[in-house]
Design a protein around this ligand. Structure first.
Ligand SMILES: Nc1nc2c(ncn2[C@@H]2O[C@H](COP(=O)(O)OP(=O)(O)OP(=O)(O)O)[C@@H](O)[C@H]2O)c(=O)[nH]1
Ligand SMILES: [Mg+2]
Length: 237
């Protein structure tokens, strides 16, 4: 086993951070290390969290991490291209929201932007997710912005997809039928403190039909509904 792999398996977070940097830079050593990691360490549960810009994904992930930590699980988070047109450079916002966990050695946070990825973001994200999945964490949470095809690509790499929507998204849901909605396992209506929750519940129920995953309501800023979300995730896994 190479020194890098040994260090990452041994829980050395700086070694993991360095490995992710070399993956981002497209260094060929990255894939070699990832393959060695996969051969030597068990896989984490991989959860994708996606949805339109500003839906409250990062806030929800932060609350979810808090709940998972209460359940003694270790978590790593990959925020893929977190700078959305609505909140504009939410990378900083993400950091602030994740601040609660910054001193926790059992929570690892990494961001990856689409800028400067010649080989494509999905490819780098894929390797990063594989590396993080075999670095000794119980969960890897991947946050992506949007409901389009590139999100579907990234969400192909996780075990379970949580789609976060907000009241007012009822009409768009009809139009998005072929996108991420089809591959989501759990639906979250966040900003449950806002009007229009019932309308979206109805629209989602109608457009999804029977056999779709649960539709939950959360208010991420208050941590409301997050216990139920963690339960639904555990059940779906
Ligand atoms: N009223 C209300 N606001 C919320 C809730 N959850 C998040 N917000 C707010 O919505 C804004 C966006 O939250 P983020 O968590 O950054 O949303 P995001 O989906 O990660 O945003 P991007 O990554 O930029 O797409 C912030 O101002 C949050 O405080 C909620 O449940 N209710
Ligand atoms: Mg975010």
């Amino acid at each position: 086993m190479s020194q890098v792999v040994e260090a990452v398996v041994g829980g050395d977070r700086r070694a993991l951070a360095r490995l992710l940097s070399s993956i981002e830079a497209g260094h060929p050593d990255g894939i070699v290390a990832v393959e060695a990691l996969e051969a030597s360490s068990p896989a984490a549960h991989r959860i994708g969290v996606t949805g339109p810009p500003g839906a409250g994904k990062s806030t929800l992930v932060s609350s979810l991490v808090e709940e998972l930590r209460k359940r003694d699980s270790t978590v790593s988070i990959l925020a893929v291209d977190p700078s959305s047109p609505v909140t504009g450079g939410a990378l900083l916002g993400d950091r602030i929201r994740m601040q609660d966990h910054i001193d926790d050695p059992d929570v690892f946070i990494r961001s990856m932007s689409s800028r400067g990825h010649l080989g494509g973001l999905a490819e780098a994200a894929s390797l990063a997710i594989r590396a993080m999945s075999h670095a000794g964490f119980d969960y890897v949470i991947v946050e992506t912005v949007g409901v389009g095809q590139s999100e579907v690509e990234v969400m192909d790499l996780v075990d379970l997809v949580v789609l976060v929507l907000t009241p007012g998204w009822g009409d768009q849901i009809q139009a998005e039928k072929a996108g991420i909605v089809e591959i989501a396992d759990i639906f979250v209506i966040n900003k449950g403190d806002r009007p229009g929750v019932e309308d979206l519940q109805l629209a989602l129920g109608q457009s999804l039909g029977d056999g779709a995953g649960p539709i939950l309501v959360t208010t991420a800023t208050m941590g409301e509904g997050v216990v139920a979300l963690a339960d639904a995730i555990a059940e779906a896994l």
